[in-house]
Design a protein around this ligand. Structure first.
Ligand SMILES: [Zn+2]
Length: 297
């Protein structure tokens, strides 16, 4: 009789665990939200603060955002100064959950040129543009979920490991795609410096008039220098981004006769399916970059 009771108790425990309410977590921006959702699966409910097509550099949390956050146990952020508004939020003591910085342990690259942004300590925040570094971010996400919800350990570890296999495949594909472009043509111009990690990983040289943050503005002199350089080197791979003002890039395009290439997704996912998740976004960006670089002289 005792045995039966024990096994009944076990069944009850298992079914309770399986039906336990999902853990509420938050992510600061859409790309990170996608990574968190891939690891967390059905064991989490996710709130994302800066949604698709929105710019996290200039975001200001509203009282509604703060409320949305207050209901979560974990808050995943990129770090490296990307969320300039985070300090204010924390100082105001408006969040009682745990803040997880997913770039912990990642080797950052420094900014291509200095801008007035003290938060990032001179590092480029756009680490998600390198799938190799994203694997570490995925591991950090899994570690945090496991710590907060130990019953889901195997679940989170499995999902993280299969996602990281997807990232390996993605990087292998991208490396091959870029290898199809002659080395001297591997240079692009985008509106803000969001592709430093991508360029470093895939061997693409980057030019940008706007600097690392969408907040900073390009000087007329910088733009003139860029235009000269583009003419001299025959650079025609010119790109806009989904979160940046297209005017400057359009002007450079007109003055150099370079056709403006497709819109790239740098800091946010798309609302339409083309870059609706990280894997699709990266694949789309690399495909467009390769097409653009083929036009260089
Ligand atoms: Zn950015």
């Amino acid at each position: 009789m005792k045995k039966i009771l024990l096994s009944l108790a076990a069944i009850v425990t298992i079914s309770t665990a399986a039906h336990a309410a999902p853990m509420p977590v938050a992510a600061s921006f859409s790309i990170l939200g996608d990574l968190v959702q891939n690891v967390g699966g059905t064991r989490i409910t996710l709130a994302t603060l800066v949604g698709p097509e929105q710019d996290a550099h200039v975001f200001q949390p509203t009282p509604a955002d703060v409320q949305k956050l207050s209901r979560t146990q974990l808050f995943f952020v990129n770090g490296l100064g990307f969320e300039g508004w985070l300090k204010r939020l924390q100082q105001a003591n408006q969040y009682n959950g745990r803040v997880i910085t997913v770039t912990q342990g990642i080797q950052p690259i420094s900014k291509p040129h200095p801008v007035q942004d003290h938060d990032s300590g001179g590092n480029d925040p756009h680490a998600w543009q390198d799938p190799q570094r994203v694997k570490q971010m995925v591991k950090n996400i899994a570690d945090a979920l496991v710590a907060a919800d130990p019953a889901g350990t195997a679940y989170y570890r499995d999902r993280a490991s299969s996602y990281n296999k997807e990232l390996d495949k993605l990087l292998a594909w991208a490396t091959q795609a870029v290898a199809s472009v002659p080395e001297k043509k591997r240079v692009i111009l985008t509106s803000h410096d969001a592709f430093g990690y991508l360029g470093q990983r895939l061997g693409i040289r980057l030019l940008s008039p706007q600097g690392i943050s969408t907040e900073s503005e390009a000087s007329a002199k910088d733009v003139a220098t860029l235009i000269q350089q583009m003419r001299k080197e025959g650079i025609r791979a010119l790109f806009m981004e989904n979160i940046s003002n297209p005017k400057l890039i359009e002007q450079i395009g007109r003055e150099t006769g370079a056709m403006t290439g497709a819109k790239l997704y740098s800091d946010a996912l798309s609302r339409d399916p083309v870059a609706a998740n990280y894997l699709a976004m990266y694949r789309y960006n690399v495909t467009e970059l390769v097409k653009g670089m083929q036009r260089n002289n």
